[in-house]
Write a protein that binds this ligand. Structure first.
Ligand SMILES: *Cc1c(COP(=O)(O)O)cnc(C)c1O
Length: 417
């Protein structure tokens, strides 16, 4: 993985050039047919002096629509916004080929509203794939995920009329239990399920646990069952590939068909920057042919979407470069490690994957007072918590961590006495 860091000036130049390549609603092109325009100028006036130094804000104000998918062809989906659509195409290539090690030009993708949409898009695509290639009905296709998976999976199952198979995990290491996998899949086969859409977590939200994707893939391969694996990397997508050089979560792994990754979690981009990625040849299963008024058709769940979002992700990845981002993510992991060492010294139970910045602490060590004071997140709010998590995000100050740890130590010493 390598891409060079760009200077602020260079980034500014590239984005303004892309905006200039778009047709400007204020320019002299006779744009009569597009049901879009610039932001309302009463509030968002285009001659605000700071805009000439602010490429992202300028993109927001000029309001390009990135409807459709821009990796399918070098032709733009809407000619009017071809400059910034090119930035999105470049962005998807950067993420698939550099971060997720895909072969050049062999993946598609787009900037979705978030991880939820990217997960639903993937599951929708595989449902349609099994329906059209295997002649199956939705009720013969199962969606499989662990009990620690994000709630967008049951949401997708509900929307797409699929049955969920929820796999049990080991209480301590949060890994999917092989026995649960085998029992539940056997039972599903016996009750008539013919194909399986599997979600592998490149880090769960609550624990930062990473599913063993090769164990899942080889189980279904050995049983000769039709399956597709989607990776939910909404949380881990912009940290794990940088902190684990030997990641199995890349397009080099044939088990992986699609990936969801959120910019607005670890990458610190604005909300509305989910990323959907898949291997070439799959996205056509969600082509909406009825999108007659879009020259390039539509293959996305969202429809119209802001080009400024793609630009924000492109800018952040390029201002750091791959080495800069790796350094930043390694630093977060080092700080997480330091907390774990203190917890070990105190004899406090916790779970943590060594490549992630999430620590789930056993709830019996944490008083509700402390959990409240430090805004720790519980695994459940429907009963007593089993775990409280800390996420070492860039805003977390070492002083705050030190203070929390010292209060935690005081409390646990008092309990021990
Ligand atoms: C946050 C998250 C999602 C959902 O993403 P949104 O951007 O909130 O839609 C899905 N999966 C995981 C693991 C997440 O952490």
């Amino acid at each position: 993985m390598y891409w060079k860091k760009l200077s602020h000036e260079r980034i500014k130049k590239i984005i303004f050039e892309a905006l200039a390549e778009n047709m400007d609603y204020r320019g002299d092109k006779p744009i009569l047919g597009i049901p879009g325009t610039y932001l309302d100028p009463t509030e968002f006036y285009p001659d605000a002096p700071f805009l000439k130094d602010a490429p992202f804000m300028s993109a927001l104000v000029s309001n390009p629509n990135h409807i459709g998918v821009h990796t399918l062809s070098e032709e733009s989906v809407l000619e009017v916004f071809k400059g910034t659509q090119k930035i999105e195409r470049e962005l998807i290539h950067l993420i698939t080929e550099q971060i997720f090690k895909g072969k050049k030009g062999e993946q598609d993708g787009y900037v979705a509203t978030g991880g939820t949409e990217a997960n639903i898009q993937a599951i929708w695509m595989f449902r349609n794939y099994f329906e059209s290639e295997f002649g199956l009905k939705a009720e013969q296709i199962a969606l499989i995920y662990s009990e620690d998976a994000h709630y967008s999976m049951p949401k997708a199952a509900n929307l797409l009329n699929l049955n969920s198979i929820i796999l049990k995990v080991n209480e301590e290491n949060r890994q999917i239990l092989q026995s649960s996998l085998e029992e539940k899949v056997e039972a599903a086969i016996n009750s008539g399920f013919k194909a399986f859409i599997i979600v592998a977590n490149l880090s769960t939200t609550m624990f930062g646990s990473v599913d063993d994707i090769n164990r899942l893939g080889s189980y279904f391969t050995d049983k000769n069952l039709p399956f597709r694996i989607h990776v939910d990397a909404a949380y881990g997508g912009f940290i794990y590939p940088f902190t684990n050089q030997n990641s199995d979560y890349t397009f080099e792994n044939p088990y992986i068909s699609s990936i969801a990754a959120d910019g607005h979690k670890m990458l610190q981009t604005p909300y509305g920057t989910g990323i959907f990625l898949c291997r070439k040849g799959l996205i056509s299963y969600v082509k909406t042919n009825e999108a007659r008024y879009i020259p390039g058709k539509d293959y996305t769940l969202s429809g119209s979407r802001s080009g400024a979002n793609a630009i924000s992700i492109w800018m952040i990845l390029n201002i750091h470069g791959s080495e800069g981002w790796r350094y930043k993510m390694d630093t977060l992991c080092d700080r997480t490690e330091r907390i774990c060492n203190r917890l070990d010294q105190m004899g406090i139970g916790f779970f943590r994957d060594p490549h992630l910045n999430i620590i789930a602490i056993k709830a019996n060590h944490v008083s509700p007072f402390l959990a409240n004071k430090y805004y720790l997140v519980a695994d459940t709010y429907e009963g007593p918590a089993n775990w409280y998590k800390i996420v070492v995000m860039p805003h977390v100050k070492q002083g705050t961590i030190d203070q929390f740890l010292s209060e935690l130590e005081k409390k646990n010493r008092a309990v021990g006495e």
